[in-house]
Design a protein around this ligand. Structure first.
Ligand SMILES: [Zn+2]
Length: 360
């Protein structure tokens, strides 16, 4: 089958063996698969990940071996392997969390040398993980389930009680997913910051209330103004020493994933602020603990989503509660994947490019 393969630090088109469903697995036809920023990072940092297996999240990356990436997919049931209940008729469109279990090991679909991801014509999924796609829901929208679930999970992990004011730092696909999950929860105001005008536009479309260009204004002083003016600000307790009203608690979502950002946020944050780190930084970073100590900051790192959050996200998209259409900015066939990886480096041009492996 045709696939876009990561080989020797590049993406090339080649024929690779079609996967064979093992016990409990289902063979599917890949209909659409989004390109994730993490895939760009893995392509760039494959060597470093191989040298540091302790940070590779259990996926052993070997830059000498081929890998077919792609973990944000919608697919169609083609055939069932042994030991399956054949729950859905052949031809059913499905989504699934991007992993399977083989020999008691979790294998990440799209980050494995043994199992192809969605930049290929076929994949294998686990039957119990299949979620049928509702008839009225387009394949493109369904394929956005995975990246949007990342936002749903980050907001769940933030355990918002309603008295906080949020700030989203970075409005790439991760930040936009967080914004839409905050909107879904009815959180206001949502303050968001990004240097790119196009991403700021998308942040507004997805539900941010106040959108900041950090080149023009500090996101942190903008957050303070928004916090002071908010309903939560009116409830915030008064400082008994000064008689001044305190700021409501801050919850800052880090959605950039580049070294230096967490430290910068620590400088800008109010005392007691909680950080949810969603951006996937694959390099060495530095923080100055004294900054966090002085303000008693709380750092929560988050990864992916639960199976339940994933299923709920698909349902929210099907019911139109999460509108993903503005995020889809391009479509390519297998031969367009390498170019798409380059194009995605410009935040002005694209948010999410979908790979349709059966198209040219
Ligand atoms: Zn992803």
């Amino acid at each position: 089958m045709r696939a876009a393969v990561m080989r020797n630090g590049a993406i090339v088109v080649d024929d690779v063996p079609a996967p064979v469903p093992q016990s409990g697995e289902v063979l599917v036809k890949t209909l659409a698969c989004g390109i994730c920023g993490s895939d760009l990072h893995v392509l760039q940092h494959a060597g470093a990940l191989a040298r540091n297996p302790e940070v590779a999240l259990g996926t052993a990356v070997d830059p000498r071996r081929d890998m077919v990436m792609g973990h944000e997919f919608c697919a169609e049931v083609l055939d069932y392997g042994p030991g399956t209940g054949q729950r859905f008729p052949v031809g059913t469109r499905v989504c699934s969390v991007p992993n399977i279990v083989r020999q008691q090991q979790i294998v990440g679909i799209g980050y494995s040398h043994d199992v192809p991801g969605g930049y290929a014509e076929q994949m294998v999924l686990m039957e119990p993980s299949l979620l049928p796609v509702a008839n009225g829901l387009s394949t493109d929208r369904a394929a956005l389930t995975e990246p949007m679930a990342v936002g749903v999970h980050a907001v769940e992990m933030a355990r918002l009680s309603g008295d906080e004011v949020t700030l989203v730092v970075g409005c790439g696909p991760v930040g936009l997913a967080v914004i839409s999950a905050l909107k879904l929860k009815g959180v206001h105001p949502i303050v968001a910051a990004d240097f790119s005008p196009e991403r700021r536009r998308l942040a507004e479309v997805m539900g941010a209330d106040i959108v900041i260009d950090p080149a023009a204004r500090s996101p942190y002083s903008s957050w303070e103004d928004a916090a002071r003016a908010s309903e939560q600000g009116a409830w915030a307790p008064v400082n008994p020493l000064t008689g001044e009203q305190r700021l409501p608690p801050g919850v800052f979502f880090e959605c950039v994933g580049v070294p230096g950002v967490i430290d910068q946020m620590m400088v800008g944050a109010q005392p007691g602020c909680r950080f949810v780190i969603v951006g996937v930084c694959m390099e060495q970073d530095h923080i100055r603990p004294l900054l966090a100590i002085g303000k008693e900051l709380n750092l929560q790192f988050v990864l992916a989503y639960t199976a339940d959050e994933f299923a709920r996200t698909l349902q929210h998209i099907a019911e139109g509660e999460i509108d993903v259409d503005p995020l889809i900015t391009g479509r390519v066939g297998v031969s367009g994947v390498a170019r798409a990886f380059t194009d995605l480096k410009s935040p002005e041009a694209h948010a999410k490019i979908l790979v349709e492996p059966w198209h040219e």
